[in-house]
Design a binder for this molecule. Structure first.
Ligand SMILES: [Mg+2]
Length: 116
């Protein structure tokens, strides 16, 4: 999970761990690509507004490298304009959740659906 708000990162990673997932968190966008190479996650939960490298740039970087072809990306952002959601999907996200529309339990349900 990439989330620069440590409070949110904590809530969601704990909730996901309780549901049985192994969760790695990054708060700094520039560290994400290396962390993915090392940890090889099945799913990336990606915030968009991030320091240094934002979520859009991370999606673009992921698209450039075939190593990341199997990685599923779920955008999880407060950005909820139609154009932003479309941009996320166009850049390869399999799902785009707007933070304020989902409770932590609902986010866990979405993750389960994506990883079943
Ligand atoms: Mg953020």
């Amino acid at each position: 999970m990439v989330e620069d708000d440590p409070f949110l990162a904590d809530i969601y990673s704990q909730k996901l761990e309780k549901a049985g997932f192994n969760v790695g968190t990054e708060t700094d966008g520039s560290k994400v690509l290396n962390a993915i190479k090392e940890q090889k996650p099945e799913l990336l939960i990606l915030d968009i507004v991030l320091p240094k490298l934002d979520g859009w740039e991370i999606l673009e970087e992921l698209n450039k490298d075939s190593k990341f072809a199997a990685l599923k990306v779920m955008v999880f952002s407060n950005l909820g304009q139609k154009a932003e959601v479309e941009k996320g999907m166009k850049l390869g996200a399999v799902k785009y959740l707007i933070k304020s529309d989902y409770t932590p339990s609902e986010v866990v349900e979405e993750v389960k659906k994506l990883l079943k």
